[in-house]
Ligand binder design. Structure first.
Ligand code: ATP
Ligand code: MG
Length: 525
């Protein structure tokens, strides 16, 4: 027993010495390797080796979430959600939380230009815990297949993307049900929430939307191209009758929270707004404020660039939920106004003249405005046809300077549910703009401005422009003086224009009287 104990003592001492020597040797080797910059190589391979050893001892189940699945050219939603979830886990891990240990990170531009978004680099791992089950996520890359299909050429041939990425989720057999049943749902849901939080809103246009490179470096043949939407206008800086503004904001809130209501009454979850009023009264500005209020994307349709009704439908189908679809100056974009009436009149004329090929000419005539063949019925279908119900949560906004010119079918309730008039600057709007632009609540010149605004029409755009300091020395006094001057000039101009118009009307009436007399004389003769 003794011998064995003394031998075990010696054995223990020996092994202690051996271990100490090994540790010293390893430290020296490590320092030498660091000098040679080879530690990255050994670090990576030793981790791989330990992972393989662990896998042999305790085989895990795996779930792979690939970045691109099937023949699809779009990133899979599940991958994007897992990525967002793991980005958050990586962020938290850096603070010493669960799932730490990520040493090689990938940095991508963040929404905030001063920061970067960190995710784990290829071959990195992160652990996560869910109701007592510890799982491991591994970022994997595989060399891309030699792709010779059309997508290969769209992407500009070789070198566009060298690898295919995926996430592998490793977990123990005993957590199979928990992970497959609940954890994956949890990851997707949380990932989606992170994505919504980090979402950069976009402004889409259909001009030159025949395809573009998307943010993932892939060629997308979408009919839309986009930029980041960064309009600073909010309802807090939009001059408008306060009651009217509140009504619009309440209406938008009711729409956003109305999913159940729309489902209950069996209506597609969309709402049409018609903004009308003279140029410079804030229609486009209101759209920006709406988008910022709702946190929606904006799809700005240039209708004259849409060739056919089918293209218009395609544009609609490719819009996403939570978006505002805008057609500005609808009266100018297309000859939608009274087209049906004119067609009818023309038909009657043609019938009188016995024209046989009248239909063809009629078509040609209606297309003269441009190469666009979008018709009123195409636009009506776009707003409330069967397709318009796809996707949900969309707001459609039309703007016009001439509401009276629009076909009543286009703007009837149900299509354009809410009509909002944007009008010239009133006294309340002026005071609001004075506060926003000059930071003044009251000023001796306010009365003069108010009196002039009651007599003369000036748009909020002009009022705002006059109240914008344009040189270093300018202040509220000088800006308000400039505004009074501009209003007085506008008053004189308006009086002159009125006089001229009255004179013109008189002359027209005189000419008409002469014509009538001539006609009467002819008839008498
Ligand atoms: N009601 C308003 N409140 C605050 N600023 C306004 C308002 N109306 C106009 N403006 C200012 O005037 C400028 C022009 O306004 P906006 O482009 O919205 O006019 P619009 O009604 O769309 O004109 P148009 O009919 O010519 O398209 C904007 O940059 C905005 O700053
Ligand atoms: Mg506008």
């Amino acid at each position: 027993m003794e011998a064995s104990s003394s031998s075990s003592l010696w054995g223990g001492l020996n092994s202690g010495i051996v271990l100490s020597l090994l540790a010293v040797a390893w430290t020296m080797l490590w320092q030498a390797l660091q000098g040679l910059q080879l530690h990255h190589f050994f670090d990576r391979h030793s981790r791989r080796l330990s992972r393989r050893l662990a896998a042999i001892l305790d085989p895990d189940l795996t779930v792979t979430i690939a970045e691109y699945n099937g023949g699809r050219m779009r990133r899979s939603d599940a991958y994007k959600e897992a990525k967002a979830y793991l980005e958050r886990a990586t962020r938290e891990a850096r603070g010493g939380g669960a799932g730490g240990g990520v040493r090689h990170l990938r940095a991508e531009p963040d929404k905030d230009p001063d920061r970067v978004l960190l995710s784990m680099d290829d071959d990195e791992e992160i652990t996560d815990e869910f109701r007592g089950a510890v799982v491991t996520w591994r970022a994997c890359t595989a060399p891309q297949r030699e792709d010779t299909g059309p997508a290969y050429f769209w992407r500009g041939g070789a070198g566009q993307r060298a690898e295919r990425r995926s996430y592998k989720l490793l977990f123990s057999e005993r957590h199979r049900d928990l992970v497959l049943g609940e954890y994956l749902t949890h990851v997707r849901r949380e990932g989606r929430a992170v994505m919504v939080k980090n979402r950069q809103r976009k402004l889409f246009t259909n001009i030159s939307g025949d395809g573009s490179w998307d943010s993932d470096g892939f060629w997308s043949d979408s009919v839309w191209s986009h930029v980041v939407f960064e309009h600073p206008k909010t309802f807090a800086t939009l001059a408008m009758d306060p009651a009217k503004k509140k009504e619009v904001m309440d209406d938008l809130d009711a729409f956003r929270n109305g999913k159940d209501y729309y489902a209950r009454v069996g209506k597609a979850w969309k709402r049409g707004y018609l903004l009308y009023g003279p140029p410079g009264t804030g229609k486009s500005t209101m759209i920006a404020a709406m988008a910022n209020h709702l946190d929606y994307d904006v799809y700005d349709i240039e209708l004259t660039s849409v060739r056919t009704n089918t293209d218009l439908r395609k544009l609609f189908i490719e819009t996403t939920s939570k978006s505002i679809i805008v057609i500005e100056d609808i009266d100018c974009s297309l000859d939608l106004t009274g087209k049906r009436k004119r067609k009818k009149k023309k038909k009657e004329e043609e019938e009188e003249e016995g024209k046989k090929d009248g239909d063809k000419e009629k078509e040609d005539d209606s297309n003269k405005a441009g190469s666009s063949k979008v018709t009123l019925s195409g636009v009506l279908n776009f707003i409330d046809g069967l397709w318009s119900a796809c996707g949900g949560e969309r707001i459609i906004v039309f703007t016009t300077n001439h509401v009276e010119k629009l076909d009543p079918a286009l703007i009837r309730r149900g299509r354009m549910d809410k009509h909002i008039e944007m009008s010239y600057c009133c006294v309340e709007s002026f005071k609001f703009l004075a506060k926003v632009y000059l930071d003044v609540d009251d000023h001796p010149r306010f009365d003069a401005v108010a009196a002039l605004l009651r007599e003369v029409d000036m748009t909020p755009a002009d009022v705002a422009e006059n109240m914008t300091p344009k040189a270093p020395g300018e202040n509220a006094d000088s800006c308000l003086a400039a505004l009074v001057e501009a209003l007085e000039k506008a008053k004189v101009d308006a009086a002159l224009a009125k006089k001229k118009k009255a004179k013109g009307n008189k002359e027209d009436a005189g000419a008409a009287d002469d014509e009538d007399e001539e006609e009467e004389e002819e008839e008498e003769e």
